[in-house]
Design a protein around this ligand. Structure first.
Ligand code: GLN
Length: 285
C-alpha cells in the first residue's frame, strides 16, 4: 500500500520474495526456507507463523533488521551464527563462532551410541556439546564429561547443558584430547577435526566462520584419530566402546588404527546420504 508521503510499506510476501532472490544469488540452495527462518528470527516469532502474516505490511524497523541479517547470510555467515541456535537431534543448541556448527550427519554418531547401553560417556572435543548432551538427555541417570581446548567452547557447552536440562549429569574440562582426563568410561565419542590441510581451500564459504581448529589438524586430517585411538584403551572400561565421526574417505584408515589399538568389533557406519561417517570399536576385556 502506498502512503501519502510516497514511501511504500510493503507486505511481508514482497519483502521475502526480494530477500529470497538475494540469498539465491549468493549461492544459497534453500533460499526460500532460509529467508523465512531469518524473518522469524528478527520478528521473534516461530517459523510456522511466518505464513500467517504474509499479507501484513512490514514495519520499517523490522524491514531494516531483516535487511541486515539477509546481507550477513548473503556473505555466507552460517544461519546458526545469525540466529544464535541450531537444531540437532532432539534439542536446540546455542552456537557461535567458537564452536563447530552441529551438522545433521553427526546425528548418525548419536544414533549409533544409543543402540547400546552406557552409564559414563566421554566426549573429546565437545564444542557446542551437542553430541554429549544429546546422549545424556536420551539416557536418564547417565553421566558425562566433555573436553575441549577452547575455553569459549566449554562455556557454550556448559550453557547448553543447562538449556537441555542435563547440567547435573555433565562436567566440562579443559583438556587436549586425553591430557587432563583421568577416569574410565564405557563410551568414548568424538567428532574431531578431520579435514586435511589440502582440502581446506575447497570448503563451502560458511566454514570460514567456524573455528579452524575444529575443522582441520593442519596436516593429513588423521592426527586426532591417531591420538584418540592410541590412548582409548587406557580410558575405556572393559567392553567399553569408542565411536568417532570420520570424513567419507577415512573409514579404511581409521578402522586400521582401531585394530592396531587392540579394539574389536570394528565397523564403519554410513550416514543417511550413504557416506562412511562413523567408526566404532570395542575394548575386548
Ligand atoms: N563434517 C565437517 C565438514 O566436512 C567437518 C567437521 C570435522 O572436521 N569434524 O564440514
Amino acid at each position: 500500500s502506498s502512503r501519502r508521503d510516497g514511501a511504500v510499506s510493503e507486505n511481508l510476501g514482497v519483502v521475502l520474495h526480494r530477500a529470497t532472490k538475494v540469498l539465491k544469488d549468493a549461492g544459497i540452495e534453500d533460499a526460500p526456507r532460509e529467508a523465512r527462518l531469518l524473518v522469524a528470527h528478527v520478528a521473534n516469532i516461530s517459523r510456522d507463523r511466518v505464513g500467517l502474516i504474509m499479507h501484513d505490511s512490514v514495519p520499517k524497523g523490522l524491514a531494516e533488521r531483516f535487511e541486515v541479517v539477509v546481507s550477513r547470510r548473503a556473505a555466507r555467515e552460517p544461519l546458526s551464527h545469525i540466529t544464535g541456535t541450531r537444531a540437532f537431534y532432539r534439542h536446540e543448541f546455542r552456537v557461535n563462532s567458537h564452536v563447530l556448527d552441529p551438522r545433521p550427519e553427526t546425528e548418525t554418531l548419536v544414533e549409533e551410541a544409543l543402540k547400546r547401553p552406557f552409564a559414563r560417556v566421554l566426549d573429546l572435543g565437545t564444542g557446542s556439546g551437542c553430541i554429549l548432551l544429546s546422549l545424556l538427555a536420551a539416557r536418564e541417570g547417565t553421566m558425562g564429561v566433555g573436553t575441549d581446548i577452547s575455553m569459549e567452547a566449554l562455556d557454550i557447552a556448559q550453557q547448553n547443558a543447562r538449556d537441555v536440562g542435563v547440567d547435573a549429569q555433565s562436567n566440562f574440562i579443559s583438556s587436549n584430547w586425553f591430557s587432563d582426563v583421568d577416569d574410565r568410561f564405557d563410551l568414548i565419542v568424538s567428532n574431531p577435526p578431520y579435514i586435511s590441510l589440502e582440502e581446506m581451500p575447497h570448503l563451502a564459504p560458511e566454514l570460514g566462520y567456524e573455528p579452524r581448529l575444529a575443522l582441520t589438524d593442519e596436516k593429513d586430517g588423521l592426527c586426532a584419530y591417531r591420538e584418540i585411538s592410541g590412548h582409548a584403551i587406557t580410558y575405556l572400561d572393559a567392553h567399553g566402546w569408542l565411536m568417532v565421526e570420520i570424513g567419507q574417505s577415512q573409514g579404511q584408515q581409521v578402522s586400521e588404527m582401531f585394530k592396531t589399538a587392540g579394539l574389536k568389533a570394528i565397523e564403519v557406519i554410513k550416514d543417511l546420504d550413504g557416506r562412511d561417517r562413523v567408526v566404532i570399536g570395542q575394548r575386548p576385556d
